[in-house]
Design a protein around this ligand. Structure first.
Ligand code: PLP
Length: 441
């Protein structure tokens, strides 16, 4: 009789409560019942502490609300890191969003040749634009750049050696290491040189056995300085030609348009990388290119044909929504409107003075809400492993106030225990939400 578990209200009793009765008008009964059972179970596990009926009702409502909330949600990026991998990398342009909607809401000619009235190939989309923009002879789009690299190594170097410098065996993100992915492709890794220095003769001496490909990898997220040397793509070309093996260059970020006028230097454009003599280059769609997640292979037509004919290509294939967004993104470059149309290029080329003007206005709004923030010069980052040594001058708002829960959530950096707001990556229409999030906390 004294067993406290008896105090747990029954499902029937809870469902008869007015609030839950109302909830049942919009929520399937079994979903509500499952939530209540889960709740009862937890209470029993915790030794059945006593709660009144209202507590059970409130918990049930709150849990159901959480279940309705999408797992993947928009956030406001106030970090100033433009290509923030954890926050989804490149936001898409209006045109790319329209293209996705058009393609998604009805049927499309994804694998249908409209002029021939017959079966076509999804791999024909985007290729003309990619070749126009980079000077490539041929192009292939797959799921992402890691997939592009796996496909290239599997096609050219499975059960053979893929020769790569020890200075380029990089880890890109938490779970992406060049040497590991190379081995999973079936290629046997043939490391040459030392971490800091690799010479042409190191590559030469590796070309004894069965070599499938030479690989150059952009170091992406770090720079080497001091006693260092590497062999350029240009200097590797004669070696690759003499041994009739493809020279692959994994560019990573995929710069299409030169950005040296805003201080971003040292990253080759896709066109430059190809004209240096690489047979096939690989790059991401959602880094500097500013489009959807995709892996882009560009280069020699015969090599691209071999990549396309590899059955593995089917497992790495690109989705139609990606193709729609990528085509619209590439079109902006072709029209010469990339810097105004593509959010990432807009953010990367945004003058620090424009950010300062916005920050001053936001500082004033915060003050009106009783929050003090200091305006200080600082730096934004490109992110996504691109331009590792480059910093974009910006203006930061530093405040003791912390960020409260808000929808969408505001994500910011912490600098010396203060919240740092960088408006470079914030859309003007989201500034009010930042004031609200800081005020609430
Ligand atoms: C980012 C990066 C990759 C991986 O690209 P994903 O599109 O994220 O798969 C591969 N190689 C280099 C050099 C990179 O910078």
């Amino acid at each position: 009789m004294d067993d406290p578990r008896r105090a747990i209200p029954s499902v029937e009793k809870l469902l008869s409560e007015h609030v839950l009765q109302q909830l049942l008008e919009t929520e399937p009964r079994n979903r509500v019942v499952n939530v209540i059972r889960g709740l009862q179970h937890e209470v029993r596990l915790n030794g059945a502490p006593e709660h009144d009926t209202d507590w059970y009702v409130q918990q049930t409502v709150a849990r159901l609300q959480k279940l309705r909330q999408p797992s993947l949600r928009r956030v406001i990026n106030a970090t100033g890191v433009v290509l923030h991998t954890n926050l989804g990398r490149a936001p898409l342009s209006e045109a790319a969003l329209r293209a996705i909607q058009e393609t998604a809401q009805d049927y499309s000619n994804l694998e249908y040749d409209l002029s021939a009235g017959a079966r076509g190939s999804r791999y024909d989309h985007c290729t003309r634009l990619l070749c126009e923009l980079t000077g490539a002879d041929a192009a292939l789009v797959v799921n992402n750049n890691a997939a592009a690299l796996v496909l290239a190594l599997h096609t050219f170097a499975a059960r053979k050696h893929a020769v790569v410098s020890r200075g380029e065996l990089v880890e890109i993100g938490g779970s992406f290491r060049i040497p590991e992915i190379m081995e999973r492709s079936g290629a046997r890794l043939r490391e040459v040189g030392a971490t800091n220095r690799t010479h042409l003769r190191d590559y030469e001496s590796a070309l004894d056995g069965e070599v499938g490909a030479l690989l150059k990898v952009h170091r992406s997220n770090f720079e080497m300085s001091g006693f260092v040397s590497e062999v350029s793509v240009r200097d590797l070309v004669p070696l690759a030609r003499a041994h009739s093996v493809p020279l692959l260059h994994d560019l990573g970020s995929g710069l299409i348009e030169d950005l040296s006028d805003v201080g971003l230097r040292g990253e080759p454009t896709a066109r430059e990388a190809l004209s240096a003599g690489a047979d096939v280059i690989t790059l991401s769609g959602d880094k500097l290119l500013g489009g959807p997640q995709a892996g882009i292979l560009l280069g020699n037509a015969e090599y691209i044909r071999q990549l396309r004919d590899n059955p593995l290509c089917r497992a790495l294939r690109v989705d139609k929504l990606t193709l729609a967004a990528l085509e619209a993104t590439l079109q902006a470059y072709a029209q010469g409107t990339a810097r105004t149309e593509l959010p990432t290029l807009r953010m990367l080329t945004m003058p620090a003075d424009d950010i300062r003007v916005r920050a001053v206005a936001l500082q004033q709004k915060l003050r009106e809400n009783g929050i003090r923030a200091d305006l200080v010069p600082g730096t934004s980052a490109v992110g996504g492993g691109a331009f590792p040594g480059s910093e974009l001058p910006t203006f930061l708002l530093l405040t003791e106030a912390s960020i409260g829960a808000s929808e969408p959530r505001v994500i910011a950096r912490t600098i010396e225990q203060r919240t740092a707001i960088d408006l470079r990556t914030v859309r003007p229409q989201d500034e009010a939400a930042i004031v609200a999030a800081l005020t609430r906390a």
